[in-house]
Design a protein around this ligand. Structure first.
Ligand code: GLA
Length: 387
């Protein structure tokens, strides 16, 4: 990366090195935007950056993943950052973060060069977007002495994604990427942002991520639609019961007030949010009590709810989950992330990992005509400067 940095930006600065991880969510899917609990962790794949201050007011950006055909960086004055670009669209994530920080009064009193290089598969639902946002925020914070704490960094990054990029996501991804802790998952209450870390001591088990290689292209529009459906269900319930978000309700209460939800599809969406919220909390307790069997069954139930009530799986993800469920040595398996493609996460007995991968690899391509990709991951710390 240092050679490329010199080639693209010149040799007269000494760049510093940064890293932001991707994330995998163990359980608590599509609950963050409904004020519920999520249980993600940061992973050891992510995006690296080299960054250095420079004279002038220009922000210069170059990605080794997206710009390999181009030899010049994207260049813009901090004063000119106002709206999205359609070409080299990846730059919208860093620009969004700069724009949000400016709007919160942070003063960019100089220029900066950033070179990015990621090893996260794009479009796989492992939060490459959150990774580049939080990474850029961290770089700005360090190089301009903004001293932004991890939770604020997550909030600014989410704001960039919502208001600049135009994806109405919740806080989970940016929070996990910013606040991740080695060998721990984070239980996050998305209405209060209270969080606690739970040690992920899986001993004889491994976390395996399987990429369906179905790009989650519908994710943006369908994601926003699901959120609207949940909002409509919430508005209906509010006519008869005082709550501020769907996850204020437990399952019995939702049942009791379900008559107020006019549209049966919206009721299914609400049922997922409420039941998934309860599963996330139970799963956290199960893990703390060392009950991996229960944890796994809750993961499986989460997939079923995402398939039948929230309807964000695709046949390929269902196939991967079902194959995993039928394999001895698997505790649990479910789709992870926004859905409509992307990955599953499975808890697999260490000694069975090789056979598990071989079995899924063969059966998945036989049943879907597609090739799956497998990653054995470790749980990592959140975004950081590398010294
Ligand atoms: C995407 C969003 C998150 C979250 C998940 C689903 O990853 O960015 O905010 O809603 O989907 O749990």
């Amino acid at each position: 990366m240092r050679d490329i940095f010199e080639k693209i930006f010149g040799a007269d600065s000494k760049p510093e090195k940064f890293f932001a991880p991707g994330r995998v969510n163990l359980i608590g899917e599509h609950t963050d935007h409904e004020g519920g609990f999520v249980f993600p962790c940061a992973i050891d794949s992510g995006i690296y950056a080299l960054a250095a201050r420079r004279p002038g007011k220009f922000l210069r950006l170059y990605s080794m993943n997206f710009d390999s055909e181009i030899t010049s960086p994207f260049e813009i004055s901090f004063d000119e950052i106002k709206e999205k670009f359609s070409e080299r669209s990846w730059v919208n994530y860093p620009l969004g973060v700069a724009s949000v920080l400016k709007s919160h009064g942070y003063n960019f009193d100089g220029g900066v060069d950033i070179l990015y290089n990621g090893n996260l598969p794009g479009g796989a639902g492992l939060s490459s977007s959150a990774a580049i946002e939080v990474l850029t925020g961290k770089i700005f914070s360090e190089l301009f002495d903004f001293n932004i704490d991890g939770v604020s960094l997550a909030k600014f990054s989410q704001e960039a994604e919502n208001n600049f990029v135009g994806m109405n996501c919740g806080i989970m991804d940016q929070f996990a990427v910013s606040m991740g802790k080695k060998n721990h998952a984070i239980l996050l209450n998305c209405s209060t942002l209270e969080y606690s870390y739970a040690p992920l001591e899986l001993e004889n088990y491994k976390i395996i991520i399987t990429n369906s290689n179905v790009p989650h292209s519908l994710a943006g529009s369908e994601y926003n639609l699901r959120r609207q459906q949940c909002e409509a269900a919430l508005a209906d319930i509010k006519n008869v019961k005082k709550i501020s978000c769907l996850c204020d309700l437990n399952f019995n209460e939702l049942d009791e007030y379900s008559y107020s939800i006019k549209d049966s599809v919206n009721l299914k969406r609400a049922r997922h949010a409420v039941s998934e919220n309860a599963r996330a909390l139970r799963a956290y307790d199960a893990l703390k009590a060392g009950d991996l069997d229960l944890f796994g069954r809750l993961m499986n139930a989460s997939h079923v709810s995402l398939r039948d009530d929230y309807q964000v799986t695709v046949p390929e993800l269902d196939t991967l989950a079902e194959l995993a469920w039928s394999f001895p040595g698997v505790k649990g398996s479910r789709m992870t992330g926004g859905g409509f493609g992307g990955c599953t996460v499975s808890i697999v007995e260490k000694d069975s990992v090789e056979k598990f991968i071989a079995y899924l690899d063969k059966e998945y391509s036989k049943r879907t005509g597609r090739k799956a990709t497998f990653y054995t991951i470790s749980i990592s710390d959140g975004a950081r400067k590398i010294i």
